[in-house]
Write a protein that binds this ligand. Structure first.
Ligand code: FMN
Length: 234
């Protein structure tokens, strides 16, 4: 599938299956900015995401240029100082059983891909900190969300929006990565972008053109067979 890629990027003629299978989280971008009309086209696609009661509860901010630099600097500082300000809790220790196994497999594949040894804590932290430099991406999208009840349903809506956005990036020959790591600093991000406190944040999506030579793009995560996830009731 990869050999057909460059020609199809030019013509934008991926099949739906190709888009699904080509998409992967990008952890190394070229600095080349994405033309504005292409960003608008991706946003128009993402706008088609379904949502509970068609509430369309995404308030999306696109950050580029000097503002992105300012945001990165603020995030690097907050991360260094351990000044977390998440809207929602997240603890990977809560994963158990097969979910925990998949998480461990991701961590192993991810750090090996970056050439980091398991016991190299400093190296692992350095790789993890790349989140706050947006993996060198020239743009960041943040779908902020209003708060309703326990926020589970609006969180689901934001997930639908995020995946539609990511698939559209792929269809446009672009790449992206959803980042919960950014949500750990929701307060800092709101402050820099002047976003009111009633809008919450789950994740951001760094996006742009993938750097094919970046170590962070040297691996691809697999998936379990259907039999592990699907139950048919005849
Ligand atoms: C909501 C969400 C948040 C994520 N947050 C991060 C993150 O903070 N940093 C990171 O490197 N990857 C993050 N990922 C990427 C996942 O690790 C990745 O989707 C998963 O390993 C499957 O790999 P793939 O996206 O390449 O298919 C996130 C994915 C999702 C869906």
């Amino acid at each position: 599938m990869e050999t057909a890629t460059s020609e199809r990027i030019q013509t934008g003629t991926y099949t739906f299956k190709e888009v699904l299978h080509l998409r992967k989280s990008c952890r190394g971008f070229l600095r080349t900015p994405v033309p504005g009309d292409m960003i608008t086209s991706v946003l128009e696609d993402a706008q088609m995401a379904p949502s509970n009661c068609n509430t369309q509860p995404w308030e999306t901010h696109i950050v580029s240029g000097d503002k992105l630099k300012e945001l990165s600097e603020a995030l690097v500082r907050a991360n260094k100082a351990g000044r977390l300000s998440p809207d929602f809790s997240f603890d990977t220790d809560e994963y158990h059983g097969r979910y925990q196994e998949r998480y461990f497999n991701l961590a192993k594949t991810h750090y090996e891909g970056f050439g980091i040894k398991r016991d190299d804590r400093e190296g692992r932290k350095e790789v993890s900190d790349l989140n706050y430099k947006f993996f060198n991406a020239p743009h960041l999208a943040i779908p902020f969300m209003p708060s309703f009840g326990d926020n589970v349903r609006v969180g689901g809506d934001i997930g639908m929006y995020g995946q539609t956005f990511l698939l559209s990036l792929t269809a446009h020959g672009l790449a992206g990565i959803p980042q919960t790591a950014l949500g750990f600093f929701a307060g800092t991000i709101r402050e820099i972008l002047n976003v009111p406190g009633e809008l919450k944040m789950l994740f951001g999506i760094s996006f742009g053109y993938a750097d094919p030579d970046a170590p962070g793009n040297s691996f691809r995560l697999g998936r379990d067979p259907l039999s592990h996830n699907v139950t048919f009731h005849p």
